[in-house]
Design a protein around this ligand. Sequence first.
Ligand code: URA
Length: 209
Amino acid sequence: MKNVFIMDHPLIQHKISLLRKKETGTNEFRRLVEEIAVLIGFEAFRDLPLEDVEVETPIETCMTPMLAGKKLAVVPVLRAGLGMVNGITTLVPSAKIGHIGLYRDPETHEPHEYYCKLPVPIEQRQIVVVDPMLATGGSAVAAVDFIKKHGGKTIKCMFIIAAPEGIERLTKAHPDVQVYVGHLDRELNEAAYICPGLGDAGDRIFGTK
Ligand code: URA
């Protein structure tokens, strides 16, 4: 599928399997989410532009490539997306951080926004929306809608686990957005949880119930 990149790296698959285990505790869960964000980010940032700059080594002066072009903004979807932020800033420490707060209506499962703060000017930034789970796609579509409404133009989304329903909905609504996924799971259940999934990512990251 165009603009959808499903990771097949063994380290990502191994770490996702550890995440799924119900006995994996908060501490380890949080660390794994961060590590997986680094590994997915490593692939998602493969196309970041470079420019040659002059650097003086202890031996001689040389031209050598460094990141150029648009600055990065990472936008976690609250609250579970927060767990992936440190992974992204490990890779690109200068990234600015925006926040989008959405909650799911427990009956309709549709997202409602309660908070949004984005770095400005957002149109000049490469934006990376992060959320561990792409379930119905409602929150992801709403987050990208919102970023575009504020002027965001170059947007990637990163998820650790996705359901086919979420991929379908997000790519239909935003075919221009590149979607990076650690693992594509089987389906959603009637409560809109991903199966086999890992349960509620926010609760597992923050140790709540
Ligand atoms: N959000 C989660 O945290 N888990 C799911 O399975 C679906 C949405």
